[in-house]
Write a protein that binds this ligand. Structure first.
Ligand code: GLU
Length: 287
């Protein structure tokens, strides 16, 4: 081994593993986030890799700086450390998505030029009402295709449009999840043409996530199992952009006593409240 590369206590040699924590500052972190982030931290540590913190603050209406300060404090309290982030800087700065818009726009333009997108004038309500069956809580309904084959020239000038990714109907998208095992979702059935660029001129979560995970050299994405279907969408974006996807590890969701998935509205299970009521990180990790 090259003596210069020998690990020392001060500067351990890092493996190529790069993981990330990607909270959205739209509320306080709850126990479900903390358990997933703990897994992400443990996996990065056991691989002697690098962990980055990314502030997913694209939602201008709901993101608040005080929640960024809160997640940094709460993650530290929980015992999680990272190597790059909005508070530490690093080679892939900025780590706030609101400051990375040009990179998303560039990817959007590439996808548009390569024919993967179509403009859509449907409102959320139009999409809902065009469907017969009700859908599960958070997953967006499969897009009924209203604007898919419409000639863009028929859209009146000045109309605000969203841009959707045209999914190859019937294509199985499979991947081996490191946590949840083999997965397969069918484009056009399990998910439909999805929004890639929003009518308020912002990227969707799906696009921003892929662009950042690729640009930041992430080798494994650790996140909650509610994002399994989004992973299938994101794999199509990776392919369309000619990028190599990372590995994925989806963690089981934490539910409340009634079996309902935790959300930011479960204030009593926010890390803040649990900490204030005297619970320790050790007992909350639940491992
Ligand atoms: N900001 C997203 C969330 O909090 C992250 C999703 C992901 O890890 O890809 O749900």
């Amino acid at each position: 081994m090259d003596p210069a590369a020998r690990p020392t206590r001060e500067s351990p040699v890092r493996s190529p593993y790069r993981g990330r924590l990607a909270p959205s500052p739209t509320g306080l972190l709850h126990l479900g986030h903390a358990r997933t982030f703990w897994t992400a931290y443990q996996r990065a540590r056991s691989a002697q890799g690098t962990l980055i913190l990314r502030n997913e603050d694209l939602d201008r209406d709901r993101a608040r700086p005080e929640f960024v300060a809160a997640f940094i404090e709460d993650l530290h309290w929980f015992g999680i450390q990272w190597d790059e982030g909005p508070d530490l800087g690093g080679p892939h700065a900025p780590y706030d998505q609101s400051r990375r818009i040009p990179a998303y726009r560039d990817a959007f333009e590439r996808l548009r030029r390569s024919g993967h997108l179509f403009p859509c004038t449907c409102s959320r309500r139009d999409i809902q009402s065009a469907l017969a069956a009700p859908h599960a809580a958070d997953e967006e309904p499969v897009y009924p295709g209203t604007c898919r084959s419409r000639d863009p020239a028929t859209i009146p000038a000045g109309t605000r449009v969203s841009w959707r990714f045209r999914v190859p109907d019937g294509l199985p998208v499979s991947f081996l999840d490191q946590g949840a095992g083999p997965q397969c979702f069918t484009a056009g059935a399990d998910f439909g043409d999805f929004i890639l660029w929003r009518h308020d001129d912002l990227p969707s979560y799906q696009l921003a996530c892929v662009v950042d995970d690729a640009a930041m050299g992430i080798t494994e994405v650790v996140r909650g199992a509610d994002l399994l279907v989004s992973t299938a969408r994101q794999l199509l974006i990776y392919q369309a952009l000619g990028l190599t996807p990372p590995a994925f590890h989806h963690c089981p969701l934490v539910t409340d006593a009634a079996g309902v998935r935790l959300a930011k509205r479960h204030d009593a299970l926010s890390l803040r409240s649990l900490r204030e009521s005297g619970r320790s990180p050790d007992e909350l990790r639940g491992t």
